[in-house]
Design a protein. Sequence first.
Length: 513
Amino acid sequence: MIRFLKHPRTPILLLLAINLAGGFLTYQHYGMSWDEPLFYNYADSIRGAYTPQAFAPGFDFYQVFGKSPEDHKIYGPAYLLLAWPVQRLAMLFPGADMASAWHLVNFITFQLGLIAFYCLARRWLDTCPAGAATAFFAWQPVFWGHAFINPKDAPFMVFFLSALVLGLRFVDSLAEHGKIAWARLISASLMLGLASAIRVIGPLAGAIIFIYFVFLKKWRGFPLFIAYGVIAAVTMFVFWPYLWADPLNRLLEVLKHMANNPTELAVVFDGQIFRANEMPRRYLPQMLGLTLTEPTWPLFVFGLLAAGHSIWTKKWNWRAPVLVIGLFLFMLAYVVNNQPAVYDGFRHFLFITPPIFIAIGFGFQWLWEKIKHTLWWLMVVLMLLPGLLGILQMHPYEYAYYNLASGGVGKAFRVYETEYWLTCYKEALEWTRANAPDSTLHVQREIGLAKYYAGTLTLKNLDKESEDQVLPGDLLLLHSRANLDLRSIYRKYPVIHTIGRDGAQFCIIKSRE
């Protein structure tokens, strides 16, 4: 037992055991987000691109992108292709349906990301500080929630982070000796290619690895680095069917679309409604400040100072930590300066957040070396508590968490977006089935999402109805995203049930008396 506790893998194994126990107990509690139904349809459809029929004359190739081809074609399906068979196995679990099985697979994927994070932290940190930093990262309520319900941004973060970790190890192997570490070359190349076949910004991980390679000046390994890039490019091509017809032009098309996201979604921010493409520059920094737990940013600053001290005293080589932390600072500066369309908090930028917690790990390491370990453990537990309490309080809406700087989710309600992805539909439809099974329910938006949980309920699309079509005794399901419930002509109808947390109302069920 003592030997196990001292093993360098013990912290991550204990963390994974705790997380997986919690995940298996709760994965069925989460409702689908509004992006999920069509995205999972994409997962079912994209496999058709790899069948002989897809290359037959007259085959409409666009059907492999599912019911929303114009949207889905710009998202590489690598994660969906790899996760789909696992999701099918998860559906064999008692009580698991399509959505909950995907939520479990998404959550397990996040745990793989924690392994990558721990491996990265262990480049510089002892086992306990690295484990503490990993737990602090894992137990952020926002990340915990997205780990289940977000099959787009959270998996990309996992693959992007893994590409960084494996890429750094590959370059290190070039610097260590003259032997060719084929396993490191192939694993790093494949992971970079897969990350790039999930989001077109995936090659940014390769750019960071290239800069690290240049810093080390091991030019004899340049042919192997070329092989690294070629294998990654081929992997991306294989796992992204949209590129097959015209790789270069379609890749540039996707890159242009992503860089100039044309969305004009309405977003509540600072008590006002903005369009996503007209958001103030402070949006991303402010959301990062309000939706990560209270100790995060003081610990981040302290960690930067600790890292700077260690680099100054030449405890570590400065190149890798500067590049890793620089990823976060560079992307934050890019967004603030260029003002692309932003919405839904920082979910699109999850992939740049691990360096925040690596920096925090540097602070944990400095304290580990300077204070008694009993005191250190007490401090770590206190730092982890806000996240754990936030997860318990917000479950299963952890992704809508706000810290005390905003007053908590109750005070943030109507000031910022909270439960913007409509996952409360699950609970709302379950309540309606239990309490008004014979009623007609008029759904304000995303009726397709509501249908998944409707059972035998009669649903109607409120957006396509006039007020006189809502009959006495009918129920209405409204949602507070962009204050749509307050902007509705039905805003004065009596409320009979709400779903929310700490005074924040996510789903509102009303009645026409």
